[in-house]
Design a protein around this ligand. Structure first.
Ligand SMILES: Cc1cc2nc3c(=O)[nH]c(=O)nc-3n(C[C@H](O)[C@H](O)[C@H](O)COP(=O)(O)OP(=O)(O)OC[C@H]3O[C@@H](n4cnc5c(N)ncnc54)[C@H](O)[C@@H]3O)c2cc1C
Length: 385
């Protein structure tokens, strides 16, 4: 049986960044991914790095560290993450007062600039001024999430790390001490595991009787091929209803629904947004649905129509672009920005998931996690189940 210092489950951005940082500390690391096609949240992400969004000393510090890391990441990893600075244009619908919506953003350490529709269209000519009463403009970083993920993995492999495409089916314990895992093909032994399985982190924990406050949405979006239209900024709505439905998952009534898996749609939001990558392709989004069954079937035709109509109102030229609907799970945690640390009551069991703003928070926290492991394990936060 092969033995590793650490096993990391899930090779999205969280697992890839963390594997790289652990390997950089000289540890032997096995990264396991069940899906060689990477149909995951990282693959379908817009790629925005919201370093304006810190609200307290710690999150502001992480925002600043993240900005620094992303600026240097291509150089450090030896592959291009396509990092750039652009604007986040947060659209306010015609029936809402932009000044009131802007008040919600005063808690962030970088405040948005409030633009009239006329001012906004000068910065983003594809916007439909009839559909908005204003726009909040924020400076934001942007990466290609697929390339960044691949860059982390290549750097991890160069450090001697191992990536195997196998599904983890069982976590093994002796009493409450983690000893290894079983996959569809092999058994591996290790004293430490970290779950970075995105939307499926909840299920892996549930299977061993651990319930922490981590949930998932079913997200739906359209990816297009390269097209000859130029969108300059990342466009999203200023009112993020997704955050409300995520918060509600912490309410006791909804929390109890998560005890059983069902195909029922508990809540459903559409937030018209769009980003163009440097290769000319677009990601148009995004529907977020709370459905407790991770395998639930999505109504693809309805989702595609809803996204096209929603995006078309704000950015009419994008409505009929060629493209295909995709679906993935996105992990979230209703009462904090992330769940990072060791799980109480178990030795060797860790979680690194549930991020709000994963592309921003995961890189600096992966560095911290790896230095806690190497230098000061006592300092690593504990997560109670
Ligand atoms: C349309 C859209 C736009 C977004 N825009 C942004 C944005 O602008 N900025 C931002 O910060 N975030 C954004 N997000 C969210 C962000 O993309 C995700 O939060 C992030 O990519 C999640 O990374 P992850 O590693 O936690 O999960 P994932 O990328 O989902 O990776 C988890 C991996 O674990 C694997 N796995 C699960 N179970 C097992 C198992 N048993 N064995 C082995 N492997 C397993 C899965 O196959 C998967 O590959 C967006 C998401 C979507 C859908």
């Amino acid at each position: 049986m092969k033995n590793f210092d650490w096993i990391v489950i899930g090779a999205g951005l969280t697992g890839s960044a963390l594997s790289y940082e652990l390997a950089k500390q000289g540890l032997t690391v096995l990264l396991l991914e069940k899906d060689p096609n990477y149909e995951n949240a990282t693959h379908y992400s817009y790629g925005g790095i919201s370093y304006w969004s810190g609200t307290d000393d710690f999150s502001i510090k992480l925002c600043q560290e993240s900005r620094e890391i992303h600026h240097n990441l291509s150089k450090e990893l030896g592959d291009n993450t396509e990092f750039r600075e652009l604007y986040l244009m947060l659209t306010v619908p015609v029936d809402k007062n932009p000044k009131i919506i802007a008040e919600d953003y005063q808690k962030f350490y970088i405040k948005p600039q409030l633009l009239t529709p006329k001012e906004a269209v000068k910065i983003e000519p594809l916007l439909n001024t009839d559909a908005i009463s204003g726009c909040l403009q924020l400076p934001q970083g942007h990466i290609n999430p697929r390339k960044t993920n691949a860059a982390y993995q290549q750097a991890f492999l160069r450090l001697g790390g191992t990536i195997n495409y196998e599904e983890v089916t069982q976590l093994l314990f002796q009493n409450t001490t983690f000893t290894g895992i079983k996959t569809t093909q092999e058994t591996y032994s290790s004293g430490n595991v970290v779950i970075c399985a995105g939307g499926l982190s909840r299920l892996l924990l549930k299977n061993i009787g651990v319930t922490v406050n981590i949930y998932f949405t079913h997200s739906q979006l359209i990816l297009t091929p390269k097209v000859d239209i130029n969108l300059k900024n990342l466009v999203m709505p200023a009112i993020l209803n997704r955050l409300d439905i995520e918060k509600q998952s912490g309410d006791s009534e909804i929390k109890s629904l998560w005890n059983n898996t069902s195909d029922e749609i508990i809540s459903d939001v559409m937030e018209p947004g769009a980003i163009q990558f440097l290769d000319g392709s677009f990601c148009l989004g995004q529907i977020s649905q709370i459905i407790t069954n991770p395998q639930a079937k999505i109504n693809s035709n309805l989702a595609e129509t809803t996204i096209r109509e929603g995006v078309g109102k704000i950015l009419p030229e994008l409505q009929n672009l060629p493209g295909k609907l995709h679906h993935c799970l996105v992990a979230f945690c209703p009462d904090s920005n992330f769940l990072v640390g060791k799980i109480d009551g178990f030795q060797g069991l860790h979680l690194f998931s549930g991020f709000t703003g994963t592309l921003m928070f995961a890189p600096p926290l992966a560095k911290r996690f790896a230095s806690w492991v190497k230098e000061d394990y006592q300092k690593m936060p504990s997560l109670s189940s």
